[in-house]
Each structure stands twice: as structure tokens, then as C-alpha cells.
Design a protein around this ligand. Structure first.
Ligand code: SF4
Length: 523
């Protein structure tokens, strides 16, 4: 499946403003063109640019009429990235003079790459936010600001709308520096204006990095990716608990390792705690998908807490195996990563019989009670290759070793690693959506690196550094089992804001596994 996503453009783009077609056919990329309304703004931007930069800074003149006239000339310029920069009126109370607003929507134009640019400005030490910018035909009065802000706008100016619309299919960015705010409207315009000009100058080199990252490219989506059955179930358990008994619903540890998921559930009334002593007596607590040790269950029971267990059934299976092997007198070598919640829970099932082994060196140091009675288990979210290396070392040392009844590395982990391997071989760069504490997401990055393709773990589109994209025309994209599908969509939208994007999917297998819900939240 291939889908081409043209660079997003607004309905307001008039037909006579379309870019010159001959400029969009390869060869040297056309340089960045920056439109700035006033001479003082254009000068500040030029001073911020590298003296050797091919970027052009063009003055449009002040106000909507002049901006519309300049917009009429845009189509005569060689096709390339285009930006609008200048100062503007802050509309919300949390903006300060000198803050930068990167337009997500500018009039009818959507600037898809705005989250990337705003984040890059922040990484450069500037205060920047991405949000809607509105263009008006007069200086905004104090009384107007709250009404424009209530419509969702962060900033108002008098030029960006028609200029951005004239960009047509070319990548467009709008950066406005706040010169005056609702608290300090025109009275503070001189000092605010100076702060804004300083910010424009500092933003110019970052804008050049944005332009260097622009270009036509393709995205190869790994399939399957994103939520697995265990994560779907865990989230649904918390949602249902909230629906049934209202907030707060306490959740021990992150329900799944993803900041977006946790933030959304928090906003609906879930309270995430590290340990049970933070849960009031008699309250309801949900155990996360990673599972808990028997000691935690006993503590919850002693405290009279009402427990809903969201442990993934595939983690519960490993716990059951640990109990069974330990009861049969085996030393259990648990292959996993120290400190991970799942590992702590499994170790707690038979602490006197279970030893964590992370490397072949750990295997060499293992001292079982009886070398003929050794079994191994695995954390469910390991790298298939890494786990095979450690289990191979165990097998070599303990030939009679017992294995789990079926693979402990779960279907979702295995499938996502196989899928990302398929796209990584065709890609120059792989982006993995997932949080830093998500084991299976980190393993996806490692899988790519093992075959020589650079990969980055990103929680959101804003984590994409523009330098990663320069000169890269094929990007693999996947998401860990705890990362929501919406993050993948956001990443695609952001990349589409840098130029025309074709999106294809490489499906290595399909998944249909579903897990039932615990009785406490069943209908
Ligand atoms: S990654 Fe595997 S073990 Fe973890 S929740 Fe998903 S299905 Fe369960």
C-alpha cells in the first residue's frame, strides 16, 4: 500500500500562486526564501543567518495589503522551502516578549512541521511554542486579544496568512516573535520589540536547519506496530474502572510504559503511584501490565485494597512457570534486564530459586544448587537475538536445562522486531515511537542498529531532530507495543510538512490476539 501525502496546503491558496513547476524536479535544491514585513525585522534575520547561507530574506512591507501583493510574486520564485518571519502580538497571558510562536495553522494553511521546528528552537535554548497564528488587518486592541485567544490562537499578525497561502505545495514555516502581550500591549512595544528582534535573529540559524531537512521522501511503515493485546487490555481496564467508580482510580506504576498513555489517563482521573503506601486504605488499585510480585499482592490484601489486575496474561504465564520450576526444585535463570518492573515481579515469585542473568558473563558466574536441575525463563520484551545469545550460553553450560513450555518473548515483541527489521534494511533512518522506559521500544531501536541502520526512539514528533533528516530520503517508522497509533499519525503529518511524502506499509504478519478482561470490569 502506498499513499502519497502532498505537502498540506490551505484552501485559501489561489490558483495563480502555485509554485513554478520547473523548480520542483530535482537538481540543486532551491534556497530557503524568508519573507519579513519590515526592514528592521529583515535585518535582524539576516544578521542571524550564516554569512555563507544561500537563504534570501525578502521584505514584503507592513500590513495585509502589502503582504497580499508580495504573495502574488511568490510563484515567480524558484520552488523551495519558504518561511515567514516577523514580530507579532501575543494573545495568551502565558506568552512573554521575545517568545517565539511557530504557526501550526496560519489562516487556512496547515504547517505540518511546526512541532519539529518549535522543538528545535527550544533545543537551541529559545522559548518557543507551536500553535495557531491568525492574521488581521489592523493592530489588535487589548479587548480583541481575549476573543482571538478564545478561538485558539496564540498570536496575531498582519501578514502571515496571505504569504503562507501563497506557498502552495512548497514546505512553509511561520515564526513570529512576540513583541507585545495582553498584559503589556502597546505600552511595552519598544522593549518587547527589541526582545522579539533578538529572538528572530537567534531563530534564523534554526530555520536554516529546518530548510535543510525539507525535501521529498518516503516513509516505510512497519506492520505490525503500536499497541499489542496486553497494552490494549490494560488501558481498557483503567478506562472501565474510571467509568464504573469515578475518579480517582489508583494505578501502581505506569499502567504501560508510555508517557502519552499515562498523561491521558491521568487527565481522566487515574492516579499513578510508585508503591501501595501512596494508596489510601480501602481504595481501588490497578496493577500494571508488567505484573507484580506476590509480596505486593499480599500487601494489598493486608491493606484491604480492592485490586484489579491488569497484568498481561503473557507475563502471568511466565510467573506461573517460575512457580512451577521452583516447586520442582529447579534453579531458574531469568534472562532479563535488572530493574525492569516485569523482572522484579517474576523474581518475586520464587526469590530463593531465581537468578537474573543478563549476559553470557552472568551465565558463566551462575552457581546453581544442582547443575542437572536448571531451567530458564525470559522477560517478555527482550531482543530475540540478545536472548538467544544468553540462552545459548546457558544451554552450553547446562545441557540438561529445562525450557519454558512456549517462548517467553511474547508474540508482539517478536512480530514488531521482525517488522522493523524488514523496513530497516530498506531505510536510511528508522524512527521508533515509544518512551525511553519502554523495553520493547528500546529493543526495536537496537534491532535496527544491529543491522546498521541508525534509529531513534521518540516519544512524539517533537523529539525528531532536524539534523537527523538532512539528506535522508527513506525513513522507516514503527512504534513499540505501548505507543499509541496516534503518535505514528502525528509523525507522518510532521514529516509531510517538510515536503511531499509517500507512505507505504511493509506487513510481515497480522495479529488478531485479544485478551479477556478481569471480572471486576467486565460488563
Ligand atoms: S508486549 Fe507482550 S507481554 Fe507486554 S503487554 Fe504486550 S503482549 Fe503482553
Amino acid at each position: 500500500m502506498t499513499e502519497t501525502i502532498p505537502h498540506p496546503r490551505g484552501d485559501a491558496a489561489a490558483p495563480d500562486l502555485s509554485p513554478a513547476p520547473e523548480g520542483n524536479q530535482g537538481g540543486d535544491p532551491a534556497p530557503l526564501v524568508i519573507y519579513a514585513p519590515m526592514r528592521i525585522e529583515a535585518r535582524a534575520i539576516r544578521r542571524g543567518l550564516d554569512p555563507a547561507s544561500p537563504a534570501e530574506v525578502l521584505r514584503t512591507g507592513y500590513g495585509t495589503t502589502r503582504a497580499a501583493q508580495a504573495a502574488g510574486q511568490v510563484s515567480h520564485r524558484p520552488f523551495g522551502p519558504m518561511a515567514v518571519m516577523g514580530v507579532g502580538a501575543g494573545l495568551t497571558a502565558d506568552l512573554r516578549p521575545g517568545d517565539l510562536v511557530v504557526g501550526t495553522e496560519v489562516g487556512a494553511v496547515t504547517c505540518g512541521s511546526a512541532p519539529l521546528l518549535a522543538a528545535e528552537l527550544e533545543r537551541a535554548g529559545l522559548r518557543a511554542r507551536a500553535g495557531p497564528i491568525t492574521t488581521v488587518d489592523h493592530l489588535v486592541r487589548r479587548s480583541e486579544r481575549s476573543a482571538l485567544a478564545a478561538e485558539g490562537n496564540l498570536l496575531a499578525d498582519m501578514e502571515s496568512g496571505p504569504l503562507a497561502a501563497a506557498a502552495g505545495d512548497r514546505p512553509v514555516a511561520v515564526i513570529r516573535a512576540v513583541s507585545d502581550t495582553p498584559d503589556r500591549p502597546l505600552a511595552g512595544i519598544v522593549s518587547g520589540g527589541l526582545a522579539a528582534l533578538r529572538s528572530l535573529r537567534a531563530a534564523a540559524p534554526v530555520l536554516e536547519r529546518w530548510a535543510a531537512a525539507c525535501g521529498t521522501r518516503q516513509v516505510l511503515l512497519a506492520g505490525p506496530r503500536s499497541f499489542c493485546a496486553g497494552v490494549d487490555r490494560a488501558i481498557e481496564i483503567v478506562e472501565r474502572a474510571l467509568e464504573r467508580q469515578g475518579q480517582p482510580v489508583y494505578v501502581r506504576k505506569q499502567i504501560v510504559h508510555n508517557t502519552r498513555v499515562v498523561g491521558e489517563l491521568e487527565s481522566r482521573g487515574a492516579v499513578f503511584v510508585d508503591e501501595l503506601d501512596q494508596v489510601p486504605d480501602g481504595a481501588t488499585v490497578v496493577f500494571s501490565a508488567h505484573g507484580v510480585s506476590p509480596a505486593v499482592r499480599q500487601e494489598a490484601s493486608r491493606r484491604g485494597l480492592s485490586v484489579i489486575d491488569a497484568t498481561c496474561p503473557l507475563v502471568s504465564k511466565v510467573h506461573a512457570e517460575a512457580r512451577r520450576f521452583a516447586a520442582d526444585g529447579y534453579t531458574v535463570a531469568l534472562i532479563g534486564h535488572a530493574g525492569h518492573e516485569e523482572v522484579e515481579g517474576t523474581l518475586g515469585e520464587a526469590p530463593d530459586s531465581t537468578v537474573l542473568v543478563q549476559t553470557p558473563e552472568d551465565v558463566a558466574a551462575l552457581r546453581p544448587r544442582d547443575g542437572e536441575r536448571v531451567a530458564y525463563l525470559m522477560q517478555t520484551t527482550l531482543s530475540v537475538e540478545e536472548a538467544a545469545e544468553v540462552s545459548g550460553a546457558l544451554r552450553e553450560r547446562f545441557p540438561a536445562m529445562r525450557a519454558p513450555g512456549s517462548d517467553d518473548i511474547c508474540y508482539a515483541t517478536t512480530n514488531r522486531q521482525a517488522a522493523v527489521r524488514a523496513v530497516a534494511t530498506e531505510s536510511e533512518l528508522v524512527l521508533v515511537a515509544g518512551s525511553a522506559n519502554s523495553s520493547n521500544s528500546v529493543r526495536l531501536v537496537e534491532t535496527c542498529e544491529r543491522i546498521g541502520t541508525p534509529a531513534h526512539l521518540i516519544d512524539s514528533a517533537a523529539d525528531i531532530q532536524l539534523g537527523w533528516l538532512e539528506g535522508v530520503s527513506t525513513i522507516g517508522l514503527t512504534a513499540g507495543a505501548s505507543a499509541p497509533p496516534a503518535v505514528v499519525e502525528e509523525i507522518i503529518s510532521a514529516l509531510a510538512g517538510l515536503g511531499a511524502l509517500s507512505v507505504s506499509e511493509r506487513v510481515t504478519t497480522t495479529e488478531s490476539i485479544r485478551f479477556g478482561l478481569p471480572k471486576e470490569v467486565r460488563q
